[in-house]
Design a protein around this ligand. Structure first.
Ligand SMILES: Cc1cc2nc3c(=O)[nH]c(=O)nc-3n(C[C@H](O)[C@H](O)[C@H](O)COP(=O)(O)OP(=O)(O)OC[C@H]3O[C@@H](n4cnc5c(N)ncnc54)[C@H](O)[C@@H]3O)c2cc1C
Length: 288
């Protein structure tokens, strides 16, 4: 691991000045991805900008029916926060399944997004919640949908000098149901081999008025299964509707993976993951 210049600013404007002046500088949040990448020689930044002194970046606030989560908020804070647990249980559920206690205490939501892994656990729930990232630089700020932050495996769309300040989303409708299911390599410390998040909104007469399904670790980025979502819209959540949706999810995965080595395994695995997801979303239908 090469030696980097380590700076630990106390104010946000200082961070943005450093990023503007040195395009080779890297932000250090929890370090659970970055330090591993530096040890393996995959990145060797000239300057490391430690964000740990900026306590204002580590917060969860509800403002005008929008939940704001600062970039330095850890998975543990997300998993335990009463606002998240109540209004966005899908995100709390995913945060609880990240790595180990140490990783959940250290790893941040901003780092998870910026690292842009297709297996990142916070991304499918955030996409189903319609979350936006607030991206800031010395020159100002812009807001972009979480899916628009993702450009490929480990590649984000941030421009030089930019960082993610927070993610935010409008509170889901009161009748929304949501869930996250992940299949890992082992019970603990598992990066997802395949994951899926779902958020459904039902009308008072039981028809699906909104459906968002996001798949992780299937393509180069997390993405929405739009065709599967369409099978649910304006329908009651009965067994035949759910069965059609499961088939559409499997078709989407098969198309996405083509002849890749993992295709045979993942085509089967997604069926189990999607069945479990719908079991959690529609428990009244019972086990598949
Ligand atoms: C043993 C182990 C198990 C793991 N298990 C899981 C798991 O189950 N699920 C999962 O999703 N991940 C897992 N991870 C990966 C990792 O913990 C997460 O991706 C974590 O969220 C990264 O956050 P961090 O704060 O540690 O980021 P860092 O490592 O500090 O940073 C990651 C990258 O993001 C950049 N960055 C950080 N913050 C910002 C910001 N605000 N704006 C712009 N760029 C920024 C950094 O410069 C760096 O390039 C695991 C890692 C390990 C080592």
């Amino acid at each position: 691991m090469n030696r980097s210049n380590f700076v630990s600013p106390r104010a946000m404007f200082e961070v943005l000045e450093i990023l503007a002046a040195d395009p080779d500088a890297k932000l250090l949040a929890g370090g659970t991805d970055l330090i591993v990448q530096m040890r393996e020689g995959r990145v060797s930044p000239r300057t490391l900008v430690d964000l740990s002194r900026l306590s204002e970046l580590s917060c969860i606030k509800l403002r005008h029916d929008t939940l704001h989560i600062g970039c330095m908020t850890t998975f543990n804070q997300v998993a335990r926060n009463p606002l998240v647990v109540r209004h966005a249980p899908v995100l709390a559920q995913a945060a609880r399944q990240v790595g180990s206690v140490q990783i959940r205490n250290q790893g941040t939501i901003g780092g998870n997004l910026a690292n842009a892994s297709p297996a990142a656990d916070s991304i499918p729930p955030l996409i189903t919640l319609g979350a936006k990232a607030e991206v800031v630089s010395k020159d100002g700020s812009r807001s972009l949908a979480v899916e628009d932050l993702l450009a490929g495996v480990g590649v984000n769309t941030l421009l030089p000098g930019e960082m993610i300040a927070e993610v935010s989303f409008s509170l889901p409708a009161p009748l929304a149901r949501s869930a996250f299911v992940k299949l890992g390599r082992r019970k603990a410390m598992a990066i997802a081999r395949i994951s899926m998040a779902g958020l459904l909104v039902l009308s008072a007469d039981g028809l699906v008025t909104e459906a968002r399904l996001a798949l992780g670790a299937v393509g180069a980025t997390v993405f929405r299964a739009l065709e599967a979502e369409a099978t649910l819209l304006h329908k009651p959540l009965d067994r035949s509707v759910v069965a059609a949706c499961l088939r559409a999810v499997q078709d989407t995965v098969a198309q996405k993976l083509g002849r890749r080595a993992s295709a045979t395994y993942k085509r089967e695995a997604i069926r189990g993951v999607a069945e479990e997801l719908f079991f959690q979303l529609v428990p009244e239908l019972g086990a598949p």
